[in-house]
Ligand binder design. Structure first.
Ligand code: DQA
Length: 145
């Protein structure tokens, strides 16, 4: 069976739907997991969604992806702007990596304009709301074809 596409989510995204809905919308991470699983099925893939508030757990999951995942879609949340360690872990992953941000980070505070993860990402989506995950999944299916 084909390897799954990992959808990794960083800190505070467990609160999606409740946290600053004026910025991040009302959909929850469970809604994202469901819509991505349904779309993945249409595209002939399987997704596994993870969320952690802990940098080391995200890194451990990326390490597991080296053997277990076909590609990684990642919203590193605040670690986007701080984590060389997540960048290093992604650099040790051979498959495609797509970076997603729900909000348009370039329209926000200047500290959100820089992304360490973008140095590795094959594509970046920002400002499309949670729809960005589905758009990334469609692109991932192309990259994996
Ligand atoms: C985010 C943007 C980040 O700057 C922020 O820290 C988040 C979410 C987004 O999806 O828009 O937690 O990655």
């Amino acid at each position: 069976m084909a390897k799954p596409i990992y959808i990794l989510n960083g800190p505070n995204l467990n609160l999606l739907g409740k946290r600053q809905p004026e910025i991040y919308g009302h959909d929850t991470l469970d809604d994202v997991a469901r819509s991505c699983a349904a779309l993945a099925q249409d595209l002939g893939h399987v997704t596994e969604l993870f969320q952690s508030n802990h940098e080391g757990e995200i890194i451990d999951t990326i390490h597991r992806a080296r053997d277990l995942a076909a590609g990684i879609i990642i919203n590193p949340a605040a670690y986007t702007h701080t984590s060389v360690a997540i960048l290093d872990a992604l650099n040790a992953f051979d498959g495609p990596v797509l970076e997603v941000h729900i909000s348009n980070v370039h329209k926000r505070e200047s500290f959100r304009h820089h992304s360490y993860v973008s140095l590795r990402a094959d594509g970046v989506i920002a400002g499309f709301g949670v729809q960005g995950y589905e758009l990334a999944l469609r692109r991932m299916a192309v990259l994996l074809a």
